[in-house]
Design a binder for this molecule. Structure first.
Ligand code: A3P
Length: 322
């Protein structure tokens, strides 16, 4: 597969015209570059990030495919990093709970949507350390300075592909009018199975981070949504340790988990109204059901079989079970 010619200093879309292109749905086109599919604006931003992002030793990057539970981590990571979020009660000593102040999307800026988006004026050089970023880019497309050895850390979260797909379908339906109706489930599913979706193929995305996390566990922490749901205390302790912010007391773990719990976040004023200015989705769309296994309500047995087969074939020999 091809890489776009980015030799010109302006990231014009002209050089992207040679890339394989497919319609995801209606007027949403994706471009294939080095084995992954991107919306054009994300690809342009990825190129800009590759050429200009300078990682700091204490940067933390939250990486994921879309709809794998990233929002939970967008809240958990800032709370783990904030010494007060684990100690105080709401409003104690005038404490400003980060998740009461801001939607999780605002707590961690995305590389390819906000920071390196076209015409962005976002200043990352002035951000105090430790800087927190997030991305949906595959590992192979990350800026080299993030990947290079050093202390900058990557937290990756993935999820069962059936739930991921169903969550993705609902997410895009959330921006459609009643007249437009829901996106066609069968066609969207077919594209997902073929890897044609933003930052897809899903399985390749997962495998790239998985393999790197096996090689460099100190660099990449690989998390699963289902494990976080099953054993939130254990997983959040693991996360805090990885971020070099281990918990002192069990109560601290409870406080952080409570602060970032689905029910609490979903009902906070800051998450109930308005639209995410970067991605254009309503702020509520990031909190739908928050359960494991909801795919059963949308996928047929035949669809389940098809995706399960793809998953087991792709994961074969990797040591990863999805
Ligand atoms: P569902 O659509 O299955 O409900 P992402 O954050 O990567 O976009 O993923 C979104 C999914 O994570 C949605 O799944 C959403 O409901 C769920 N989610 C968001 N916040 C959560 C939280 N605090 N705890 C558990 N799940 C959460």
């Amino acid at each position: 597969s091809k890489s776009p010619n980015t030799s010109s200093s302006s990231s014009s879309s002209a050089s992207f015209d040679e890339l394989p292109r497919e319609t995801w749905w209606e007027n949403v086109d994706l471009y294939e570059c080095d084995g992954f599919w991107y919306g054009l604006s994300h690809l342009v931003a990825a190129m800009k990030a590759q050429s200009s992002f300078k990682a700091r030793d204490d940067d933390v990057l939250l990486a994921s495919s879309m709809k794998t539970g990233t929002t939970w981590l967008k809240a958990l990571i800032p709370c783990i990093m904030d010494p007060y979020a684990r100690l105080v009660n709401d409003y104690d000593d005038g404490y400003q709970d980060p998740v009461i102040q801001s939607h999780p999307n605002e707590l961690i800026p995305p590389l390819e949507i906000q920071i390196f988006a076209q015409n962005s004026t976002y200043d990352i050089s002035g951000m105090p350390s430790p800087r927190l970023f997030r991305t949906h880019l595959p590992y192979s497309k990350l800026p080299e300075s993030i990947k290079s050895p050093g202390n900058s850390k990557i937290v990756y979260i993935t999820r069962n592909p059936k739930d991921t797909f169903v969550s993705l379908w609902h997410f895009f339906n959330s921006i459609r009018t009643v007249e437009q109706g829901q996106l066609p489930l069968i066609q969207m599913f077919d594209k997902f199975c073929n890897g044609v979706h933003a930052f897809g193929p899903f399985h390749d995305h997962v495998l790239e981070y998985w393999k790197e996390s096996v090689k460099r566990p100190e660099k990449i922490l690989f998390l699963k949504y289902e494990e976080l749901k099953r054993d939130p205390r254990g997983e959040v302790k693991k996360l805090a340790l990885f971020l070099e912010r281990p918990f002192g007391k069990e109560e601290e773990v409870d406080k952080v988990l409570w602060r970032c719990s689905f029910e609490r976040l979903k009902n906070l004023e800051v998450n109930r109204n308005g639209v995410d200015p970067w991605a254009g989705f309503s702020k509520t769309a990031y909190f739908r059901l928050g359960v494991v296994g909801d795919w059963k309500n949308s996928l047929t047995e035949e669809m389940k079989e098809r995706l399960d087969q793809i998953t087991s074939k792709k994961m074969e020999g990797s040591g990863l079970d999805l």
